[in-house]
Design a protein around this ligand. Sequence first.
Ligand code: RTP
Ligand code: MG
Length: 138
Amino acid sequence: MERTFAIIKPDAFKAGNAGKILTRIYAEGFKILGLKKLCLSKKEAEGFYAVHRERPFFNDLTNFMSSGPCIVMVLEAEGAIRKWRELMGATNPNDAAQGTLRKEFGTSIDNNATHGSDAPETAAFEIGYFFSGIELLA
Ligand code: RTP
Ligand code: MG
């Protein structure tokens, strides 16, 4: 079994779509090992997205991620990292396939509803950023 880290971003939470997204997560066969609602500070968002700190969209991205409540989760499934990214769809909702979360709930490349780890190393970093081992006991 593999673990990945996921976020229901502030746009989707604010729009009242968290419940629908959680329903999809269960329907697709993920187990939710950890879940919490929180509001990221600007500094916490910058630390989370530190790999993007040199990118032109870094300031907008971290402002957005600290703009309101979000839900952070650890998901478990066979091939969870790839499986969750497939369920999310392309980064830009305009390019995302029908039936994906970003197609359904995202409204722009900046307001794209969900986050998912992109590799085992980033999943390990991102899970550890928000959860301690004791919170993830199955
Ligand atoms: P995420 O990390 O949020 O799951 O998204 P991702 O892997 O699909 O995309 P990534 O390249 O990691 O970018 C992180 C977030 O930054 C915003 N972005 N804006 N304006 C742009 O060209 C641009 N590129 C990326 C997106 O909101 C993306 O989710
Ligand atoms: Mg990414």
